[in-house]
Write a protein that binds this ligand. Structure first.
Ligand code: IMP
Ligand code: MG
Length: 189
């Protein structure tokens, strides 16, 4: 892993590249091509989860060569901490109807899957035709709920990651790569 001068860097926190801009760019193109094949002839409705996933979502939809609709939901999860508390609530509703649509949920990262579980029950109550999940990152071995992920960019180890939309106490979202934080020499998990 290589060190980078980080945008928005705070003293005592060092940022290391974990997944580079180039790797992300390639992966987004691959996922976009897969989704384009799978959703041909369907009524694709992309639901991006605010705030983190918008960075991935705006790149991904431009890699999908199909007509689609894009809308956003926000769901609270961690607050300013790095641990999920298992509870989540919808804090911003969809503007558009997903009834009879083929919904693709776009997430930045899936960890315990509690957030996703809550989001899926919210979406199911609106009668979409289908729901699939696309996440840029999936933390291996952290799932506490049985939810299949349809499209996964990268399976990662249990590290706290930042950048490309992902935050640590709301900072670092604007890094163009996915990184890890080091404090006092130790990687933050
Ligand atoms: P889950 O409910 O445990 O699956 O957590 C999912 C949410 O937690 C994500 O949408 C992120 O907002 C946040 N999250 C989980 N892991 C990380 C991380 O490593 N970095 C930044 N945010 C994370
Ligand atoms: Mg999120």
């Amino acid at each position: 892993m290589q060190s980078e001068p980080a945008r928005g860097r705070i003293s005592e926190e060092e940022v290391e590249v974990y997944i580079s801009e180039e790797e992300i760019r390639k992966k987004v193109a691959e996922l976009g091509a897969m989704i384009t094949r799978d959703y041909e002839g369907k009524d694709l409705f992309v639901v991006a989860v605010l705030r983190g996933a918008i960075f991935f979502a705006v790149d991904l939809v431009r890699a999908i060569d199909l007509p689609l609709v894009l809308d956003f939901v926000q769901i609270s999860s961690y607050g300013d901490s790095t641990e999920s508390n298992g509870r989540a609530k919808i804090t911003r509703e969809l503007d558009l109807s997903i009834k009879d649509k083929d919904v693709l949920v776009v997430e930045d990262i899936v960890d315990t899957r509690h957030t996703l579980f809550n989001l899926l029950s919210f979406l199911r109550s609106k009668f979409p035709r289908s729901i699939r999940i696309c996440t840029l990152l999936n933390k291996r071995e952290r799932a506490e709920r049985e939810i299949p992920l349809d499209y996964v960019g990268f399976s990662i180890e249990n590290l706290f990651v930042i950048g490309y939309g992902l935050d640590y106490a709301q900072r670092y979202r604007n890094l163009p790569f996915v990184g890890v934080l080091r404090k006092g020499g130790e990687i933050v998990r």
